[in-house]
Design a protein around this ligand. Sequence first.
Ligand code: ASP
Ligand code: MG
Length: 438
Amino acid sequence: MKVLKFGGTSVGSAQRMKEVAKLITDGERKIVVLSAMSGTTNTLVEISDYLYKKNPEGANNVINQLEQKYRQHVDELYATEEYKQKTLDFLKDEFDYLRSFTKILFTSFEENVVLDQGEVISTNMVTNYLKECGVKTILLSALDFMRTDKNSEPDFNYIKEKINELLAANPGYQIYITQGFICRNAYGEVDNLQRGGSDYTACLIGAAIKSEEIQIWTDIDGMHNNDPRIVDKTKPVRQLHFEEAAELAYFGAKILHPTCIQPAKFAGVPVRLLNTMDPSAPGTIINNEFQEGKIKAVAAKDNIISIQIHSSRMLLAYGFLRKVFEIFESYKTSIDMVSTSEVGVSVTIDNKSYLKDIVADLMKYGTVTVKENMCIICVVGDLSRDNVGFESQAAKALKDIPVQMISYGGSNHNISFLINEEDKKSALQALSDTLFNN
Ligand code: ASP
Ligand code: MG
């Protein structure tokens, strides 16, 4: 059974929901994971902000506006009075529930419940629509099988057991609908898989049931070889290795949640990225195949901070790097790029919450130079040692850009360049022109 996930824009209006329904009712049984309608989770965050600030009036205004929007969708989506009324009753309960939070103490526990309602609403609406169309559909609540452990990581064994149990207990349906993003945590409380987490839900389910394929449906034709918002003439990449896709997602390709493909990779289930606006387009397939010698794509990650530690004490000494890295560890700050010389080490981070403390601690070991507003450009493809010339082609493309740091050799499929953010557009364009558009 395939697992299909539709993002917020793909279910962003009554019309789009109807198109999703058409797409999924091709006679094949499937599991369908839905996001909240686009914009809804942001609105729920806004509502939570008002509730944290103990402003019930502000919260109620936003809740009432959102309710109005949803009531209009109902009118457009359903053909029969029966389903219109059924969905309006459901929405009334949902929005009354949201309003009830204005009367109680609001903590992060309540916030998680509020944030989850976007997916609860969209899945109920689509389920009702499919039922109205006569499709044998069941809504499985993600809260009954999606769970994280004490480290807030998905509890894969639990998920696997529960989802397979639920499917076995509910045979005979054509479509199984469930919510992306939402889950319970190790304490059984309502929680979520972090913003954009619906992709993760789909990949976890796909891995748990050993699906033949996981499909992530968005509003763009697969993963592009460069950022289409910044660079001209980008093209979809037809195939990526799991590792290549993970690097691209981590380094800025917005189309996929960075950690989400790990479970699919481990289970060996291919992930296909498809476009709801153009369903017949081939999209991008992510699997375990390597295309030898190919440079696949470029991505950029902003808001990077570089930290250089210079010390003559590093010369011929051992243990220096460990001390440096331990400082970052003690502030739970992960390092992206590393580059060393005999008298210094440069690293990059993207989380500046503890920057001041980190710098203060590093000063015990050498002269520290911090640069903010940097950008990592990551070039992905087959970089195996016998594929001569990959790095020189990438470096040549950047010949007019002041490159601050290069990281090469950490894996067989990625070379990263650190540049100033202001050079990002020209760097990305130069890489596209040299590597892909020749
Ligand atoms: N609705 C959630 C969000 O907007 C999860 C998702 O769409 O993937 O972040
Ligand atoms: Mg998304």
